[in-house]
Design a protein around this ligand. Sequence first.
Ligand code: GCO
Length: 478
Amino acid sequence: MSIDAFPEVRSAGPRDSGLRFPAGFTFGSATASYQVEGATGEDGRAPSIWDTFSHASGNVCNGDTGNLACDHYHRWEQDLDLMADLGLGAYRFSIAWPRIIPTGRGAVNRAGIDFYSRLVDGLLERGIRPVATLYHWDLPQVLEDAGGWPVRETADAFAEYAAVLGTALGDRVHTWTTLNEPWCTAYLGYSQGGHAPGRREPAAALAAVHHLNLAHGRALEALRATSTGSPQYSVTLNLHVARGDAEAVRRIEAVGNRAFTGPMLEGVYDDDLIADTASVTDWSFVQDGDLARIRQPIDVLGVNYYSTNTVRMWDGTSSRQSHDGHKPAAGGSAWPGSDDVVEFVEQAGPRTAMGWNIDPDGLLDLLLSLRERYPAQPLMITENGAAFDDVAGADGSVHDRARIEYLRRHLTVAHRAIEHGVDLRGYFVWSLLDNFEWGYGYTKRFGIVRVDFDDQRRTVKDSGHWFRELATTGVIPR
Ligand code: GCO
């Protein structure tokens, strides 16, 4: 269904506020282990691919690393107090695999389990639901050395890791999320090269796609078999909202979206995806029975949304545009099979400090199209937010009106989606804290809480106060 069917729900205007979310709608914030924890060498944690990648010169702005990040590993209690003070109903965090099984397979590191166990208990004590992601990009380096996601054994290792977590935390975690944005892992990590491990091998990236999908299915099996509570199960995808020429949009949706939703939600790799990528791989890494294991019911599909893309077919001669919001641009190709035929057209503004266009209607398009295709699948916005060039006062205060406007307009759209029948269960702002923004290091700030990286002081920004009002009243504030 096209958005044009709902002309009245388009364009959340700047004065549109006062809308109330349904009772039970979850407001939360999200972070990820390598982006906030620091303490990379403590309590038995082994290096991840992001340690290796950020320590190698030229990969991250200013040579920044996650060595200290927000020092959340030591300041977690204070950070949980902050979340409670902000009235958050849920916290979406990720677990660092190299803290749990430092050797990738085999021995479990008790200290790693204990950290997350304390974190989960601390959340529950404060009435905040723990939403735990198993993989937000910090693969143990030892597993990359053995081939990484392009090899099938990494999915085996992931299932073992999932069983360890299910056993240790599955009595208390509210929602398990297997993977965060496997698109980034596969394509930015193994083909485009802007993310760890920084490989530029399109065929390997497509093998990584499949082994991530398989890891998702196998982890769900393992979590279900070991969790003794009654957790919900989910995965988080960054689905691309592409506009423009129909054929270019079809190609981007095939390799960018349906490569994941196909197997996970329908048990198929679509024929057009196989055809588009035929010059790159023959998909022989897909074994009998894999698709049945990947397709499993999930309680909620997590959706991360920031901006849109405009695409068109490229004739191969004119000078080529490439404005697809890579983080950051890295020379390799992020769309195996379609890089040489599709170009990304520069988007109209306004933009955030990431250079990403601000287009709340894209979120509505995405939610409505998911409802159309998967009417019975509950959805959750697991990331939405914006980096801006914050100016902090001497007391750390930040008057980030632009971020408030960004959040308000997207939340308005989320509310309208619900009014139009989308089964949307919650909204997690990215991010709780300013943190390590991958290839951009500490140069991009997404937090609703400012972090002074000199002294680790936290200061709630105006957007944080605004979000508190939203979370405690359920009404979108002005
Ligand atoms: C992602 C990740 C986050 C990012 C955020 C801003 O979406 O890439 O889940 O870790 O920090 O999206 O880029």
